[in-house]
Design a protein around this ligand. Structure first.
Ligand code: ATP
Length: 217
């Protein structure tokens, strides 16, 4: 019988990497069980939400016992495709792009930036953090040669859409967009948008208008 892959709500799916990272730490410190209250404190998600999230994948914590760390870890590993390496390309080797190339994403995830692209002749042909930088002219050919399915965009906003249009023609399935540009893509491609300036501004706004409660002594 053909089993449908399990669908979990998107909000739950977004919290999985957070849970996964914390459980990995627990596992390496030798802990076998964890309560939803402990998890809640560590990942700053309320325990009712955690219990509901975990119930989607059949992990039913027992009162006074908590959750089995090994069971949860192996579930997350499968769900988050941690056993399979996702190859990533980075486009735009400026300040932000360079920082990402030097950052070891493999530490926590099974994702690896395999190649980078730029139009600046001073950057093309170099290696940053072991990642080769190729010219944009080669992008279609290079992406085709390797199984790259995710692209990180750290280019100036005004060139983001034309570059995205080229990516759409390739095997790229997901784009992590760090430019302020809102990009048009067909529904077969998923875009996550991270605008660091907007995030910072929003944090400052919240601090001003919704001050956090003072910790009681
Ligand atoms: P830097 O100080 O190195 O210029 P930056 O982050 O301030 O970094 P940006 O102007 O944001 O620079 O550009 C980011 C990177 O995107 C640069 O390395 C630039 O050469 C590259 N870039 C610009 N246009 C394109 C393009 N059409 N295709 C690919 N890369 C591009």
């Amino acid at each position: 019988m053909n089993q449908e892959p399990m669908r979990i709500p998107q909000a739950t799916a977004k919290r999985l990497p957070l849970y996964y990272r914390f459980l990995q730490n627990l596992h390496s410190s030798g802990k076998q069980r964890v309560s939803s209250a402990e998890l809640s404190e560590a990942v700053k998600v309320d325990s009712a939400t955690i219990r509901r999230d975990f119930s989607y994948f059949g992990a039913l914590g027992k009162k006074g016992y908590g959750y089995n760390v090994n069971y949860l870890l192996s579930f997350f590993r499968k769900t988050l495709d941690q056993d399979e390496l996702t190859e990533v390309a980075l486009i735009g080797v400026g300040n932000l792009g360079t920082a990402f190339l030097n950052y070891n994403f493999l530490k926590n995830n099974n994702t690896k930036i395999e190649m980078a692209f730029d139009v600046d002749e001073n950057k093309v042909g170099t290696k940053i953090g072991d990642v080769p930088v190729y010219h944009m002219d080669e992008i279609e050919k290079r992406l085709e040669e390797q199984n790259v399915t995710v692209a990180i965009l750290t280019v100036p906003a005004q060139v983001a859409q034309p570059i995205t249009d080229r990516l759409v023609q390739s095997e790229i399935k997901g784009i992590l967009n760090f430019t302020p540009a809102r990009l048009n893509v067909p529904s077969s491609i998923r875009i996550h948008h991270i605008d660091l300036a907007v995030e910072l501004q929003s944090l400052v706004y919240f601090l001003k208008h919704y001050p956090v409660a003072e910790q009681e002594e």
